[in-house]
Design a protein around this ligand. Sequence first.
Ligand SMILES: Cc1cc2nc3c(=O)[nH]c(=O)nc-3n(C[C@H](O)[C@H](O)[C@H](O)COP(=O)(O)OP(=O)(O)OC[C@H]3O[C@@H](n4cnc5c(N)ncnc54)[C@H](O)[C@@H]3O)c2cc1C
Length: 309
Amino acid sequence: MTEQQTDTSTVGDCDTDADSASDTDSASDADAARVVIVGGGVAGLTAATFTARAGLDTLVVDTVGGSPAGGRTESGDADPSGDRRASGDLDESILARNAHLENVPGFPGGINARQFLDLLAEQAEENGARRRTGRVADIVRGNNGFEVRAVARDDDTRRFRADAVVAASWSDASYLHGLGVETREAGSKEYVVVDEVGRTNVDGVYAAGRIAEKYHQAIVAAGHGAEVGLTVVHDSDVPYYHDWVTPEGYFTDRGREVPPGCEEIDADERARRHAAGRERMREALADPHPEPQRTHPSLVDDELGRLNE
Ligand SMILES: Cc1cc2nc3c(=O)[nH]c(=O)nc-3n(C[C@H](O)[C@H](O)[C@H](O)COP(=O)(O)OP(=O)(O)OC[C@H]3O[C@@H](n4cnc5c(N)ncnc54)[C@H](O)[C@@H]3O)c2cc1C
């Protein structure tokens, strides 16, 4: 938790414990959150970072149990065995097929795309988002928010309750049909129709990234994920200005309170965070990424398109 995160029990009227969810929804095993994000790829993980940092209890449900690297950053009920199959079929962020990611700001020499996805997952978790494994099959509106039903690796149905849902699940929008979310079909693809900040026609349901018909680029998906995450925050009861970390005195020495969402840090804390940040990147990039390169699954005899090099 970062300092600017607040206790969700004090910022909203949402119950975030499973018992209260089961009082109002049919799911006795509901795992409740303020925000459930469907899809832990580029857009979903970035949206999760922003909603979690604003203090909204956030749960990411993805077909794989964590990062494409499998195991390194898994948490919650993610599968530690390395078998990342969530249900009958395998799926993961489409970015895992990239051979070298060279157009994401901040990486002038490019970066291994699977490493980049790992870093996004770590960042979401570091900021308080939880991750769960499952292919979301449908969503229904309960008495108290949405009930999200996902099929897990063992074919069990898992239920999650949420006040808000963000669809970041390229390329599956089928689970939104029952809610009456407007979509647009284009050939074999189905896009979710959103307004300029990511809201669908159904209150409390948002979409981010490629599924919202944004350009098919990682940074665009990340940017849209951030934007939609912030829309969720602004639509909630969380007091919020900007997600900014500033030097000590930036606001207060000008007679202002530190605005909600912002944080002032002193020189010692700044030095500590800079050092920790450098160390994290050194560790992350010290060795080649362990996962095999992917290609289109139709080209090789492997569900994930893993190349045998
Ligand atoms: C071969 C290739 C190379 C590329 N190279 C580049 C490049 O060099 N630079 C660049 O900018 N972009 C590149 N891209 C594009 C980039 O990967 C995408 O634009 C970006 O990943 C889209 O992000 P997203 O979050 O919308 O979708 P994704 O990153 O694909 O994430 C979607 C997530 O949702 C999950 N999901 C789907 N359905 C469900 C469900 N029902 N329940 C739960 N989870 C679900 C998926 O498993 C996945 O983890 C490339 C794409 C490909 C295919």
